[in-house]
Design a protein. Structure first.
Length: 58
């Protein structure tokens, strides 16, 4: 959930969809409205960036 509210994500969506007052990830692609589907993408990126399972915080 913190990913969905992160300022960088909000800023990107606002710049991508300037006509929308409160853009959401589902505006980018409908499959991103499913949190479990989104979690799969996040886990895949974490494994790529942190192969030794260190995590985001070190």
């Amino acid at each position: 959930r913190s990913f969905l509210r992160h300022p960088v994500v909000k800023s990107y969506l606002s710049s991508r969809f300037p006509m929308l007052q409160n853009p959401m990830l589902s505006d980018l692609h409908i499959s991103l409205s499913n949190c479990s589907h989104l979690k799969v993408y996040i886990q895949r990126i974490k494994r790529t960036c942190f192969p030794w399972r260190i995590g985001w915080n070190g």
